[in-house]
Design a protein around this ligand. Sequence first.
Ligand SMILES: [Zn+2]
Length: 272
Amino acid sequence: MNMNAASKLTKEALEHEKQISALTKTGEESATKYRDEIYRLRYGVYEPQLGEIRRQMDEALRALEAQQKVDQEHLRAEVIRLKQAIDKVQRILLFLRLKPRALAVEDDAVKTYKQDQGKYKEALPYLLDDDYLKIKLFIVENGKPKNKYSLCAVGDTIFPENLLRLRRGYGCPFYTGNMFSLETLVRDGASVQELKTWLAKNYFTLQPDLTGDYFIVKLEYLAAVQDYKVMDFGPLLLATCECGFFHTIFDDLGRRGEVITCPKCAQTMKEV
Ligand SMILES: [Zn+2]
């Protein structure tokens, strides 16, 4: 073995070992420096800026959304304001379309169900016998074990449901073929006499309870037909019929340019 060579190698190894130690230390210091700088840039500089931008964005978007709401509310209010005149004329036209007809609630119109045949049924006099609304009361045996009798009201009016909504509940122990605008159970009782006694006591409160807005609608109707004629609204009319029925620009007639048949009498309507 060459002693000189060994000594040279040893020296070199020791030297390199020292250098590696120094480099390792430098590397650790450098890593710390970078980590600190990254931390500083992230949390000291950019994150706060991002936070501020996000805050500004949220604020701007919220302001826009609030403005949009205000604008839409404004538009809606404007449409509602403009629609008032249209609603008013449409309501008058609904009244002008009505044709008074003879109203009646025949005793036979109220039929018991097949399995209830032979059960008690009594028609009482009209509770209301007015020109445009008639209400008749019936007492009908209902098949229940205890309160065996039902006092029911059946009514006929010239006003369609969109002008006058009357009670059309279930619970009547009979059928009428769905012909009536008022059909409701008033109350059940143990005997016919009990119901009649109740009726005598409650006669005058029962009537307003069952007529709803009838008297208001009736006044409105009478005023409309007295003050206006269909032809007063000429520019709004699309087609008229000899029977008195008419279509207006507010009616959706579907396809245009075809023969328009009157839905009331099936005659061909005259286009205006
Ligand atoms: Zn017609």
